[in-house]
Design a protein around this ligand. Structure first.
Ligand code: SF4
Ligand code: SF4
Length: 336
């Protein structure tokens, strides 16, 4: 199944490769996974300057086959100088002379001409120079995403979309279609809380213009995606029930693992620790009860209540309180 990313006219496999988790794989495994993904028909690869060595792994694995895939990356630069530094580094890391979709990475406000940052002007210049082809933006904030789409300044939007998304989030899809903006969906598994890839994929198949990117760290995850791709896209009755159950269990405010509250001065891995209760019950609990995670969870009482996390959470979560609840629950589970 294929999808066209709005006004870019780029038609890609509807299942894209999200290259955030591949930074946690060693170079050899990452190269094998990326090559296998391309061999298996995935032709949209999405990474970010901020994902440590993910770009280098893409460069090492698939740059020799540059004509076979669409490449997207992101910059968190706050000014033109940072923009050019990031762009040149990304091009060099990925051994390419152009990036197909260059995205502003989750800015609080969408960059626009004349806003004083020089960022949008730099995008235009980079496009003129042929270093990028299309201008994209990623965001976790509904208002910023909506405003960026409505501005007409962006060719693509990347936004979290899964069967746990509410109606307002889902309404971005028709808005993008109306404005001819490509929609790239991140967090289709809601940061690991959705464990049924086939159901997640079937749900998103009902949004024909949306290209979900599946974060892949292990070959087994890629194989699971390939297996889901071989199944019919329509939701089965069983999948509908599963989605309904998950929605009931995960309704309300829960940590989406976006990590925008980090870094924490107390060293707490908030984007996992604030979801620990859910992870223990929704995924095989073994790995989260390891010595390593016990040490990580033990940092929660060191919270200095600086509120950095609360102030930066795009979902408006009371993160310190959420961490405290997860800590308490974790202790109970350990004591059993
Ligand atoms: S409030 Fe606590 S958990 Fe949040 S950033 Fe500050 S120290 Fe870390
Ligand atoms: S607490 Fe908020 S900002 Fe931090 S990872 Fe969770 S959803 Fe993201």
């Amino acid at each position: 199944m294929q999808a066209t990313l709005g006004r870019t006219g780029l038609t890609v496999n509807k299942d894209g490769f999200g290259a955030l988790p591949v930074q946690r794989a060693n170079m050899g495994d990452a190269v094998r996974i990326l090559q296998k993904a391309l061999d298996g028909g995935l032709d949209y690869f999405d990474t970010a300057r901020a994902y440590t060595d993910s770009e280098e792994k893409i460069g090492a694995a698939i740059s020799a086959r540059r004509g076979e895939f669409i490449l997207a990356t992101k910059t968190t630069a706050a000014n033109a100088e940072g923009f050019w530094k990031d762009l040149e580094t990304s091009l060099c890391n990925m051994k390419t002379d152009h990036i197909d979709i260059y995205q502003f990475h989750n800015p609080e406000k969408y960059p626009r001409p004349g806003d004083g940052s020089g960022l949008y002007e730099a995008m235009l210049k980079a496009r003129e120079q042929g270093k990028i082809r299309f201008i994209g933006i990623t965001n976790h904030r509904l208002n910023t995403a909506r405003e960026a789409v409505e501005s007409g300044l962006y060719d693509t939007l990347q936004f979290p979309l899964s069967y746990l998304s509410d109606e307002q989030d889902q309404a971005l899809v028709p808005l993008c279609a109306e404005k001819n903006v490509g929609f790239i969906a991140m967090k289709a598994l809601s940061g690991g809380l959705i464990t049924d890839v086939a159901a997640a994929r079937s749900f998103l198949a009902a949004f024909p213009p949306v290209v979900p990117i599946w974060g892949i760290q292990r070959e087994s995850e890629l194989d699971a995606l390939f297996a889901a791709m071989r199944q019919p896209a329509a939701l089965t009755g069983e999948q509908r029930l599963r989605i309904e159950k998950d929605r009931q269990e995960l309704s309300g405010n829960f940590c989406r693992a976006c990590g925008y509250c980090l870094p924490c001065p107390a060293g707490i891995v908030i984007n996992t620790c604030a979801r620990m209760s859910l992870l223990l019950r929704r995924a095989p609990p073994g790995p989260f009860l390891s010595e390593q995670w016990q040490k990580e969870m033990a940092k929660i009482p060191n919270c200095i209540h600086c509120n950095h996390c609360k102030d930066h959470c795009p979902y408006g979560l009371d993160t310190p309180a959420l961490l405290a609840r997860n800590y308490e629950d974790y202790q109970k589970v350990l004591a059993k």
